[in-house]
Design a protein around this ligand. Sequence first.
Ligand SMILES: *[C@@H]1O[C@H](CO)[C@@H](O)[C@H](O)[C@H]1NC(C)=O
Ligand SMILES: *[C@@H]1O[C@H](CO)[C@@H](O)[C@H](O)[C@H]1NC(C)=O
Ligand SMILES: *[C@@H]1O[C@H](CO)[C@@H](O)[C@H](O)[C@H]1NC(C)=O
Ligand SMILES: *[C@@H]1O[C@H](CO)[C@@H](O)[C@H](O)[C@H]1NC(C)=O
Ligand SMILES: *[C@@H]1O[C@H](CO)[C@@H](O)[C@H](O)[C@H]1NC(C)=O
Ligand SMILES: *[C@@H]1O[C@H](CO)[C@@H](O)[C@H](O)[C@H]1NC(C)=O
Length: 796
Amino acid sequence: MAKPLRLVHYIYLTFAFSVIYTDAGTHRNFTYVCDPARYAQLGLDIKSLPFCDKKLSYDVRARDLVRQLTLHEKVRQLGNHAYGVPRLGIPEYEWWSEALHGLSNVGPGTFFDNSVPHATSYPTPILTTASFNESLWNTIGKAISTEARALYNLGHAGLTFWSPTINVARDPRWGRIIETPGEDPFVVGTYAMNYVRGLQDVEGTESNKYKDLNSRPLKVSACCKHFTAYDVDNWKGIERYNFDARVTEQDLVETFNRPFQMCVQNGDVSSVMCSYNRVNGIPACADHKLLKETIRQDWDLHGYIVADCDSVEVMIKDHKWLNVDNETAVSYTLQAGLDLDCGVYYTDNVENAVKHGKVREGDVDQSLQYLYVVLMRLGIFDGQPQYNSLGINDVCTSAHIELAGEAAREGIVLLKNDNGILPLATERNKTLAVVGPHANASVTMIGNYAFAAYNKGSPCRYSTPLNGFSSYGSVNYAAGCSNVKCVDGNLIGAAVEAAKIADATIIVAGIDLSIEAESLDRLDILLPGKQTDLINQVADAAKGPVVLVIMSAGGVDISFAKSNPKIHAILWAGYPGAEGGQAIADVIFGKYNPGGRLPLTWYQADYVDKIPLTSLQLRPDDSKGYPGRTYKFYDGPTVFPYGYGLSYTKFIYTLKAAPSKWSKKLNKFQHCRDLPYKNGTIKPSCPAILIDDLRCHKKFTFDIEVKNVGNRDGDEVVLIYSQPPLGILGTHIKQLIKFQRVSVAARTSKLVHFAINICQGLGIVDSNGNAVLPSGSHTIIVGDHQIVHPIQLTYN
Ligand SMILES: *[C@@H]1O[C@H](CO)[C@@H](O)[C@H](O)[C@H]1NC(C)=O
Ligand SMILES: *[C@@H]1O[C@H](CO)[C@@H](O)[C@H](O)[C@H]1NC(C)=O
Ligand SMILES: *[C@@H]1O[C@H](CO)[C@@H](O)[C@H](O)[C@H]1NC(C)=O
Ligand SMILES: *[C@@H]1O[C@H](CO)[C@@H](O)[C@H](O)[C@H]1NC(C)=O
Ligand SMILES: *[C@@H]1O[C@H](CO)[C@@H](O)[C@H](O)[C@H]1NC(C)=O
Ligand SMILES: *[C@@H]1O[C@H](CO)[C@@H](O)[C@H](O)[C@H]1NC(C)=O
């Protein structure tokens, strides 16, 4: 979102921010719109305004409000900055706030100043995802929405947050992996669902308990973005603003759209944002099939669809789509189902578009209806008394700061630990060489959509790696490079000297937003500049054990370190949030036993030569030499595979309960469908049935005993994959279908219960984009093949 690298937008944004400081902040002199005292003061008769009548449904009230507006008044509510309607006592509202991993100062709806200087900054989503702990994802969402309500009460935030980012990280080069929950669509969707529920749900009115989802109260409104097939930012001159994603229906259904579907259907999110790119020629924000048919009708969104900021302008000026002018562009996007424009194109152009007959006023009314219902569900019209008491004392609480630390500890992944060198012993006061360009990281740890330097505000506090290690020994610091680009080796000597005399050496290296960022994709997946030299020279010279910590979002080819016997241990810390430094030190010194798993495949460096970033194709393609993408379709060599992660203890799995077959008697509405098979495979007489036709509600049990056979307590992430019957062409190698993180005390065991819907667990998406359940011998694979269990499926 936002286009800060483009001067014209930068000016626009800067200007907007300065205006908004007064708009969103000091001007909000009311607690809720339909306060009778407020209307009395405005000299208006509230009794004559049905939209304030609490006895009516939100739908009816919103319709009444829209009915009362003139066309001119209507269009002034269609931008991220809604101007309000003074005549009817409707205040202005700024829709754009961000809460990707904590409240952010990016987006004019939320701002910080001396009275509200901080908010809690959690690890970036890519690291929090690595915890594979659904309840953690949900708990963070709840904590953030509590701070959001507090800031709203203080006049420092709106209640609509354009987070989370749930695009599938399909390629390691993409610059925005930091914002995502990784490469697996099911995990991304599961993260989205939990995080959105954490942000949105008011206790007791969760979506599975509530009858009328159009009136379900919201704590804050979340937004799943960016829809869809958006995974190119700026690569070899191709920018998201002119990128046309060519993508098959199969890949859309199976990979790119799946998290959005889960976000809408399982998370009941109240907003979806469309992306800048085109999808098969049509700008995503102008695509009727994607917005109205898929999100609105098929998935039944209860909420509004918003454009990524200035998408309408991008459509006209960058895509030059159909050479449309302003009025035609806004009429197309409105008709496609785009309700709210982040920008000024709707506000400035819709009125004339209606007057010139390019779009019906009814389309405008429909969009306003969706928008006002969301504001009503938030309590902006009637208040939400249960949150009234939240204020500055609910921001940066010790519980929230501790949760940020907990998330970092749970996410950190142990990648190498030769001879159990970690955890380092704590019994005496050690000298520690803490070196590398991230040894004193602070802002790097909070990544993007946190506290951008161009606005006020910062995390509650920072715990840098130096701070963290200082609690375990006396620290000798040498950066080794002046920044991650590490263009010259001048500073390496000092780091080497520090390592020579230290009892243990910790090298904190990696990349940052100068290498992988919004509007900045990577060209290679190596450590930049002389970082490799720094690490090898320090490791060579070190007196004690050497631990390498990598900060990055996308994978980095660190094969050299993996195979270097002088580098004894390696950790991946993502971008671990404001409490990251202490979390890293606590893991290295064994105060916390790591259990995180990589949410991405870490490819070898030559991967980038095999397939252009601009190809969205997931499946391998021999004719083009494409090797396939993500663990679902790529089975070549890796530096570390998806789901990889070590512990300081050892776990053993035993399968306790699982079915070995499932057969289904077909009724006359369930027709066999063909699937392509490899030559030489015996094709079943009934290869597959459409999942929509099967209506499978039945779940099968899959129970695993997880035994901790070591002498340390630890957390284990149990990953359950399914593999389709061998011989089916063009399907995935395997797919993750369930996961659970469990704590198991030393020398004890825990029974982990999974209930798996057979269609969700064993289904595949065929080449036409239909979800089907194939017959034949499926295989359930647990973790790294610790359990391999066949299930025979037959139709008769
Ligand atoms: C509240 O602020 C608005 C301007 O935003 C002003 O018109 C109105 O009179 C104020 N109301 C009160 C009660 O101060
Ligand atoms: C998962 O997260 C929750 C919420 O933060 C936490 O209480 C729990 O201990 C975590 N589970 C495991 C197994 O680490
Ligand atoms: C199109 O709309 C934009 C935004 O309102 C405006 O800046 C621009 O001047 C308009 N272009 C034309 C040709 O009217
Ligand atoms: C550890 O040793 C350093 C000097 O090597 C000293 O400054 C520091 O106070 C000692 N810390 C503790 C906790 O003993
Ligand atoms: C670490 O970075 C902070 C700024 O984030 C700076 O104030 C501090 O001096 C640095 N520490 C060292 C030892 O350089
Ligand atoms: C399978 O065999 C047929 C006929 O022998 C041949 O035309 C086809 O190309 C083969 N397909 C594959 C995938 O090898």
